[in-house]
Every structure is written in C-alpha cells, then in structure tokens.
Design a protein around this ligand. Structure first.
Ligand SMILES: Nc1ncnc2c1ncn2[C@@H]1O[C@H](COP(=O)(O)OP(=O)(O)OP(=O)(O)O)[C@@H](O)[C@H]1O
Ligand SMILES: [Mg+2]
Length: 308
C-alpha cells in the first residue's frame, strides 16, 4: 500500500508537484500517467526519500520510507536505470545489493534468470549495456529483496515489444500475489494494458484518478455522423458536452441511449455509435492533460495527418 497525502514540492517559485493525493493498493497495478514534466519522477523521488517534500507526506506500508525497518526488502525501487555504476558488471551490481540486504548469493542467479539476462550479459560492464538491458537489471535489483511494494519510473522505456510484454506479465504476477505496483509512464497505451487503477497527473496536479473501468465509463460515447457539424449542434442543444476526436468522430459525455435519442430526434443519420473504449481513454488523456501539453495543437494535427 502506498498513500500519498497532500504532497507538494516547489523548486524556487516553480511548483512541480501541487497538492497530490492518491493511494496505490495491494493486489493492483496502479499506473501513474502524465506528459513530460508533469511531476511523476518528482513524486516518486519524494516517495523514497531522495527528494524532501515541501508539504504533505507519503506512507509506504503505513510508514514513511525513512522509518521502514528494512526498506530494501519492503520496497523495490527503479527510478533511473542509467544510474547504476557503469564500471561494474550486472552480476556485481546484483551481488552487492544482495549482500547489503543480507540475501544469499543464490538469489542473484535467480534474479538474473527472472529478468532474462544471460550469464554472458551478466558478466559485461553496465556501461556496455543497452537501455533495455539496464532496465532489466534495474527491475532485477528492485525485485531482489522480494519486496511488497514496487515503485518503477518509466520501466518500459527502452524495452522492445517482447520486453514490454515480459514486464507486463511480471507486474501482473507481482500484483496477483498481493504486491502493490506503482509504475509511471507518459504513454497511455503502455499503461492501459497492465494497470488496474490510473492516476493521471498534469502540471503537478492530479487531473483524474480511479479504476481503469471507471475512467473508461467516464469517457462517454463515441458517435459519428456524415454531417458532423449538425450532430455537434444537436448534442450541444441537448446540453450534452461533446468534443471532436482526432479521428473525425465526436466524443459525447452521455450514455449511448441519450446520445442515440438526441441524434434521432434531430433527424441525424448516425454512422457509428458506441461506448468510448480505449480510444476514449486516449482522448481523455489528451484532453485532461491538454493544459500541460506543450504542443497540444501540433499533437492533434500530427494524429490527424497520420489518419488522413
Ligand atoms: N531539481 C530540480 N530543480 C528544478 N526543477 C526541477 C527539479 N526537478 C524537477 N524539476 C521540474 O519539475 C517538473 C516536473 O519534473 P518531473 O521530472 O517530475 O516530471 P516527469 O513527470 O517525471 O516528466 P518525464 O515524463 O519527462 O519524466 C519539471 O518541470 C522539471 O523541470
Ligand atoms: Mg520522469
């Protein structure tokens, strides 16, 4: 269990994290989603005591990180896969960590196998590792002490599709065994497949949180008509908030029946009408973080360009 309560952190007059509160529960994978610079890493650094909070606090398994009796065995952390000592081999890094935590050396081989680093790769110096290998080693280090909580900052960064699949299964497994997983990403698709719960952050503030299902349900109805303008007008007249999606449809904040009836009453032929699914979540992510997206306009036009 991770509890973040009214956490704020400023650098000078710049507020990087602004009154952030959320809970990551055991048995669940919680995705911490936000665009670049949203405050994800800062929040995670505060969690593990690497950055002092301004106000508020974080509790891991009911205690502050500094008060955990045996942090290495309670909380597994991967914040920056490139922060490992470049001159050491992967095996050396795991061995030192194991000795520090008082774990048997056999645990090192177990972990190397778990993260699919071959003996040959494990004997190479980390400076010669690919980014994906560093991530695997970092995840191995985080899992080494068999912790109850995992805090991973962009762990999929640098992994190939098979690697992403592997990590997804590993995190699912970890949560299914009762563990708490918090993982961050700036990519919705990376997170929506594996996460049970989502916490969305933009400009240092939480803009949405809930179970993936709740957020999906909140995403409303996707509707398309040959006459898109008439559809938008009809929805607006009925008091339904609606906005165009990048794919040329309209995302309406109402259920299927109401949207269908509104279009019917206005005599508009609908060519598509369905509950907004993953695509809706993407629209939501873009909309919710629009203020904090540096290039909202560019992003939208790129998506449209690709679709056209
Ligand atoms: N030590 C620092 N001094 C000044 N500003 C900082 C410091 N650390 C972070 N920031 C600022 O705080 C904001 C949040 O940064 P953070 O690294 O938490 O974002 P992020 O959500 O992890 O983004 P990304 O997806 O790019 O990793 C950024 O604007 C960043 O420049
Ligand atoms: Mg970051």
């Amino acid at each position: 269990m991770i509890t973040v309560e009214s956490l704020s952190k400023s650098y000078g007059s710049f507020v990087a994290v602004d009154d952030v509160s959320f809970t990551a529960r055991p048995g669940r994978v919680t995705g911490f989603l936000g665009p670049n610079g949203a405050g994800k890493s800062t929040t995670m650094r505060v969690m593990v005591g690497l950055t002092a909070p301004g106000t508020g606090e974080v509790r891991l398994l009911g205690r502050r990180f500094a008060d955990l009796p045996d942090p290495g065995r309670e909380v597994g952390v991967l914040l920056d896969a490139s922060a490992q000592h470049a001159g050491r081999t992967g095996r050396e890094i795991l061995t030192i960590a194991a000795l520090t935590m008082g774990l048997p050396r056999a645990r090192v081989d177990e972990m190397l196998e778990r993260v699919s680093l071959t003996p040959d790769e494990a004997s190479r110096r980390v400076r010669n590792y690919s980014l994906g290998m560093r991530q695997r080693l970092g995840i191995g280090t985080a899992l080494l002490g068999n912790p109850e909580v995992l805090i991973l900052d962009e762990p999929a960064n640098g992994l190939d599709p098979a690697g992403i699949r592997w990590m997804r299964d590993l995190l699912r497994d970890f949560a299914d065994q009762g563990g708490t997983v918090l993982l961050s990403s700036h990519l919705l698709h990376e997170i929506e497949v594996v996460a049970d719960d989502l916490v969305v952050i933009g400009n240092g503030r939480i803009v949405a949180q809930g179970t993936k299902e709740e957020l999906l349900a909140g995403a409303g109805t996707l509707v398309r008509a040959a006459d898109g303008a008439a559809l938008a007008t009809a929805l607006g007249a009925a008091g339904i908030t609606a906005r165009p999606t990048s794919g040329g449809a309209v995302l309406a904040e109402a259920d299927l029946t109401r949207v269908g009836q509104t279009a019917f009453a206005a005599g508009i032929a609908v060519t598509e009408l369905r509950a907004a699914d993953g695509a809706g979540l993407e629209e939501m992510f873009l909309a919710l973080t629009a203020e904090s997206q540096r290039e909202t306009v560019n992003h939208t036009s790129t998506t449209e360009g690709a679709a056209a």
